[in-house]
Design a binder for this molecule. Structure first.
Ligand SMILES: [Zn+2]
Length: 359
């Protein structure tokens, strides 16, 4: 790949805007300062931003855009990830059937352009504009955005999954976006994508704002943070204590105890005095606790009990929308059938095998 910074530097020297020495200084300092070459040269007073853009627009015969005059196309901007736009200082301008028009300070940023081409499956048409101004406009645009939209999505979602078999909300945060799904009974249902990155704390803070006690697990790798969130209020309001909630939790009279979601029996309990914010907590190894009421999900059903009070919500695909989501099924794509009362192992197994729509 061509090193775009050296290429820009060479151009500047050719146009007599800087000397070879300035260029060398600029390239060295650029690394130290962690900036682009153009920015670095502007910072150390060798160039003005207009110089840089003038060179580029002359050399490549590219239109120069005054950012202040741009009318923002909100829908178009939202089609690209926030961090991508900010990191690359790219402002999408408009879209036609054939191409997407953008303004950038860095017309040699081929990696970014091909990303955009991939997203729209259209050619990218480039204009040049002042990077700092692009960033300002984008920041103003996005700052009204991410947390409130997560809040409003979750506000609705937590109500919707109450009394359904969906008992977990998954929030997957990557650099550029945030995907929200619900999970239960082996069904992962994608709800929405927020085209904007969030911090871990944003997610926790959002739940605090919702005033919902919840359990969460975090799985992290180099590119993603995966939150698995269990809003216990969706179950707890109907419970009498002490009770078990599925394979993932146990609520007792004066405190809440939670189990490792991946443990196959309720042996690894996690205890907290407070309605729980967090996982893991102090682990209490206890077995054979007596429970009056149990809520199981088919996911967590392990068997090995006789005539327990059981409450299960069983999914059945919505016939109207075939799981796409409609008002008939509360927009989650499934009806929830209830199994509630005293049952034996075998009765539950029979019920589950009759169901046969788990996919
Ligand atoms: Zn439906």
């Amino acid at each position: 790949m061509v090193d775009k910074h050296i290429k820009l530097g060479t151009l500047l020297v050719q146009y007599g805007l800087i000397s070879e020495e300035d260029l060398d200084d600029g390239l060295k300092l650029q690394k130290l300062m962690g900036l682009r070459l153009g920015e670095t040269l502007v910072k150390i007073g060798k160039l003005t931003e207009e110089n840089v853009q003038w060179v580029l627009s002359k050399q490549y015969d590219i239109p120069f855009i005054i950012i202040e005059h741009v009318n923002l196309d909100k829908d178009l901007i939202m089609k690209l990830p926030k961090n991508f736009l900010l990191e690359n200082r790219i402002l999408p301008l408009f879209e036609t059937d054939e191409e997407v028009s953008i303004v950038t300070e860095d017309i040699l940023n081929y990696t970014a352009f091909s990303f955009i081409e991939g997203v729209f499956n259209k050619k990218v048409s480039i204009s040049i504009g002042e990077g700092k101004k692009i960033e300002e406009v984008l920041n103003r645009f996005f700052n009204q955005d991410a947390m409130p939209s997560l809040l409003s999505v979750l506000e609705v979602l937590v109500k919707k999954i109450k009394d359904t078999f969906f008992y977990r909300i998954d929030i997957v945060i990557s650099n550029y976006m945030c995907e929200i799904s619900v999970y239960g009974c082996g069904i992962l249902k994608k709800i929405t994508t927020i085209n904007s990155s969030l911090k871990k704390e944003d997610v926790l803070r959002t739940f605090d704002l919702l005033k919902i006690p919840f359990l969460y697990e975090i799985h992290e790798n180099y590119s993603k943070v995966i939150f698995c969130i269990y809003p216990i209020s969706t179950f707890v309001s109907e419970l009498q204590y002490p009770s078990i909630i599925g394979g993932y939790g146990l609520a007792m009279t004066n405190f809440l105890v939670f189990s490792d979601t991946r443990s196959s029996d309720i042996s690894n309990l996690i205890y907290s005095e407070e309605p729980v914010y967090g996982y893991p907590y102090l682990a209490l190894k206890k077995r054979n606790i007596q429970y009056d009421k149990v809520i199981y999900t088919p996911d967590s059903f392990q068997g090995g009990f006789y005539k327990f009070f059981v409450k299960m919500f069983l999914p059945r695909k919505c016939n109207f929308c075939k799981s796409v989501g409609c008002s008939e099924c509360d927009e989650l794509g499934y009806f929830s059938e209830r199994l509630e009362g005293l049952y034996t192992d075998q009765e539950i197994r029979d019920f589950l095998s009759m169901r046969g729509n788990n996919e």
